[in-house]
Design a protein around this ligand. Structure first.
Ligand code: GRF
Length: 213
């Protein structure tokens, strides 16, 4: 049984999608802890609904950034996770944290990386006029939003889209690709080669998610 720790800061819709994943239902992995840096985050209630223990480490209660970073690293290590999943975790991780979990640390970003790293990705997509947008699950490296890509989900940008209508469409695809990426990881079907990731074809055929209609 592989152990997963999930870090959140907000709403927790990706957390919920992961908690409903078949790989967890099949008993091949267990979410042993949710760690949240914001005491008011809605995702805490989602974790409770699924009876997952939650640790709150409020970053505002630390006098210095490095003290928070050290507490987060120590707490996460205490669960000896096989995989650390960032699901809307809105703080930049420290170098020691990323090094400690390198190759075991994944994130979801709401754009088709390498386009639109950072914040406000949906506004940037609309402003730029791209016709396709989406989300990316990737391994985390010390540089923001540039780690090896595991899977991407694609959605069209429609003529009357607003930031919120586009975000809602992207969320739908996020909730499909994150459980898929985790399943591949837990089944050891991801192969890291020279900074790229592929799904081991000897074990399972690679497939692309179709775009959301
Ligand atoms: C998602 O858009 C995710 O891509 C980004 O933060 C958001 C988290 O949403 N990293 P939720 O908390 O999972 O609902």
């Amino acid at each position: 049984m592989k152990k997963i720790v999930i870090l959140i800061s907000g709403r927790g819709s990706n957390l919920e999608a992961i908690l409903q994943a078949n790989i967890l239902k099949a008993g091949q992995a267990q979410v042993v802890q949710v760690i949240c840096n914001r005491p008011e985050a809605l995702g805490i209630d989602i974790a409770k609904k699924y009876q997952i223990p939650v640790t709150i480490i409020d970053h505002t209660s630390f006098s210095a950034r490095n003290l928070y970073d050290e507490a987060l690293l120590e707490k996460t290590l205490s669960f000896a996770p096989d995989l650390v999943v960032l699901a809307g975790y809105m703080r930049i991780l420290s170098g020691p944290f990323v090094s400690q979990f390198f190759g075991k640390l994944i994130n979801i970003h709401p754009s088709l990386l390498p386009s639109f790293p950072g914040l406000n990705t949906h506004a940037a997509a609309l402003k730029t006029g791209v016709k396709w947008h989406g989300a990316t699950v990737h391994f985390v490296t010390k540089d923001l939003d540039v780690g090896p890509i595991i899977i991407q989900g694609i959605v069209p940008v429609l003529p009357n889209d607003t930031e919120s209508s586009l975000a809602a469409r992207v969320f739908e695809v996020e909730h499909q690709i994150y459980p898929q990426a985790i399943e591949w990881y837990i089944r050891e079907q991801l192969v890291l080669e020279l900074g790229n990731v592929r799904v081991d074809p000897a074990r399972q055929q690679f497939f692309m998610l179709p775009p959301t209609p």
